[in-house]
Unconditional design. Structure first.
Length: 133
């Protein structure tokens, strides 16, 4: 990840976030992608979940720069670990693919560089989450 990736990611998420249905679309795609995922979200308030996701995306982007953000990721990783929500590591790859799919639908400036930026920016956080499973 480099500064250009962070800028592309930030600009893209701002464009997507202008449309409130962006994260709803992501969750529609994600829940439809796997019975396991759908079961994990059976009793989840998806509106609240979407608000938390937006915050987490920014936290993941800045986690490498600010130590207090790492604390947020550590808490998130503990919550998603096998001892709590039991979110298996392979689900994070599916999560990222569906998120990028939603970005592609909602970001009018989406291109291969934007996709690469999303993947590079979020990958360290995803690897962190997987390592704490």
């Amino acid at each position: 990840m480099n500064e250009t990736d962070v800028e592309l990611f930030n600009d893209s998420i701002e464009r997507c976030s202008c449309r409130p249905e962006f994260l709803n679309r992501f969750y529609t795609l994600f829940l439809a992608s796997s019975d396991t995922v759908a079961r994990k979200f059976e009793h989840t308030d998806l509106r609240a979940q979407a608000r938390m996701l937006k915050t987490s995306l920014y936290m993941m982007m800045s986690a490498t720069y600010e130590s207090e953000r790492v604390v947020h990721l550590e808490r998130l990783a503990r919550r998603h670990s096998r001892s709590d929500l039991d979110i298996k590591p392979e689900l994070y790859d599916l999560w990222l693919d569906r998120l990028v799919q939603a970005v592609k639908e909602f970001d009018p400036m989406f291109d291969i560089e934007t996709e690469t930026a999303w993947r590079r920016v979020l990958q360290p956080g995803i690897e962190f989450m997987k390592s704490r499973y």
